[in-house]
Design a protein around this ligand. Structure first.
Ligand code: PLP
Length: 453
């Protein structure tokens, strides 16, 4: 049977796009002036536009295609599973081998407190599941008043009502009356932007202690959980000072509240450890996962449920009234199993830690001397450049976002995807990038910075 996706020219795709397609997170008036860019295929770390132009994908799609594009094994896994059992649910006392096998594999690659997983279709659904799980947990334990979840300004935890509420993005809260009740936000550990005269170490403690202040303000017996991304990704790759997470761990332990590490971006090798929590040495009770779980080849997410919560969920709780039609979708699970096996067999996480991260770090730091760059920061294969008006004083530009967008467009013109978060340029390339491709990424970024000046 012929493909259902016909051959069309770029102009034809653009016209159809403008006529029919509402894109996520897009200003359509602005888009209609430019016309959408149409990506038709991809291989390794490269995307190809409809006019054949090749672009190095410095963002792994949306931080997800960690194994790079065109992995035949992942396509084969999907094809086989679609023929064997394309769909069945795992509600109501049934399950199927791909979901059970993926649950087993996840218990092997995650930190030891995790032996259970709840599957979802995305990272946002994973974070909705977190809200319901946390409240269910405390309710079963006879403390139903513990409902408040503390998160952080500028966090990103997804786009559903609960995910966007956990997130701390003001423009998202303004549309639709968020956050939902029982979710509050404290400051983020953003030393470059908010650290003032404090050293990163001092600021890390100050930012973490905002959690204790909030717990005391609300009353410790009303607080259910704290949630944070080990490194805030969509907020601008905010790498916390080394003092931050240990202090957070001390505080959640002191008050007995649950710790949720949103590993949707940091998970599956991004930091050079399997999970960002391991990089920062923390012990979360719940870990939302998605993206790198299937290397973005099919939509799938989940929540890793630590022993403390699992004991209550599986032994004492009765029915948890929660689930999605595509929780544990067999094809997505089969692909995710294969993605995890590739990560293991090819020792990709160790290669990131021992080889790729040190090389990218060294090359990335070369950009710190550029006149536009106030800070170049990076952990593993996730990094940022802070563009500033004045390096010495860290003074930002008067019109936030304008310079970042210009730099982003110049990157694209030079054949590189780098994303702009206001005036912070961010990267998260596939974990299979080579040294030569890292050189290409850094040189194209430098060229764009020069052109932005
Ligand atoms: N959590 C984090 C840390 C994310 O970065 C994202 C997406 O970027 C999400 C959750 C939401 O995931 P999804 O877009 O799959 O719903």
């Amino acid at each position: 049977m012929a493909s259902s996706i016909p051959e069309r020219s770029t102009a034809e795709w653009q016209a159809l796009d403008a006529a029919h397609y509402i894109h996520p997170f897009t200003d359509h008036a602005a888009l209609s002036k430019k016309g959408t860019r149409v990506i038709t295929r991809a291989e390794g770390v490269y995307l190809y536009e409809s006019d054949g132009r090749r672009i190095l994908d410095g963002m792994s799609g949306l931080w997800c295609v960690n194994l790079g594009y065109g992995r035949r094994e992942l396509a084969d896994a999907a094809y086989r599973q679609m023929q064997e059992l394309p769909y069945y649910n795992s509600f109501f006392q049934v399950a199927h081998p791909p979901a059970i096998e993926l649950a087993r594999l996840l218990s092997e690659v995650t930190p030891p407190q995790f032996k259970h997983v709840f599957f979802t279709g995305s990272g946002s659904e994973a974070n909705d599941t977190v809200v319901r799980t946390v409240r269910h947990y405390w309710s079963v334990l006879g403390q139903p008043q513990r409902t408040v979840i503390i998160s952080r300004h500028n966090a990103y935890h997804g786009s559903t009502m609960a995910g966007a509420s956990l997130g701390g993005m003001k423009p998202m809260h303004q549309q639709g009356g968020l956050p939902i009740p029982g979710i509050v936000h404290i400051r983020q550990p953003y030393w470059f932007g908010e650290g003032g005269d404090l050293s990163p170490e001092e600021f890390g403690l100050v930012a973490a202690r905002a959690l204790e202040e909030k717990i005391l303000e609300l009353g410790p017996d009303t607080v259910a959980a704290f949630i944070g991304e080990p490194i805030q990704g969509a907020g601008g790759v905010i790498i916390p000072p080394p003092t931050y997470w240990p202090e957070i761990q001390r505080i959640v332990d002191k008050y007995g509240i649950l710790l949720v590490a949103d590993e949707v971006i940091c998970g599956f090798g991004r930091t050079g450890r399997w999970f960002g929590s391991e990089y920062f040495g923390i012990r979360p009770d719940l870990m939302p996962i998605a993206k790198g779980l299937s290397s973005g080849y099919l939509p799938i997410g989940g929540v890793m449920v630590g022993d403390r919560v699992a004991a209550v969920m599986t032994d004492q709780a009765g029915e948890f009234h929660h689930g999605f039609t595509y929780s544990g979708h067999p094809v997505a699970c089969a692909v995710a199993c294969t993605a995890i096996n590739i990560l293991r067999d090819e020792r990709i996480v160790a290669r990131v830690a021992d080889d790729l991260a040190p090389y990218l770090q060294q090359r990335w730091q070369e950009l710190a001397s550029h006149p536009l760059v106030g800070e170049a920061r990076i952990v593993g294969l996730i990094g940022a450049l802070e563009l500033v008006k004045d390096k010495a004083s860290r003074q930002s530009f008067p019109d936030p976002g304008e310079v970042g967008l210009l730099c982003r467009d110049l990157c694209i013109a030079n054949g590189l995807v780098m994303r702009a978060v206001r005036d912070t340029m961010i990267i998260a390339p596939p974990l299979v990038i080579t040294h030569a491709q890292i050189d290409e990424l850094v040189e194209k970024a430098r060229l764009a910075l020069d052109q932005t000046l």
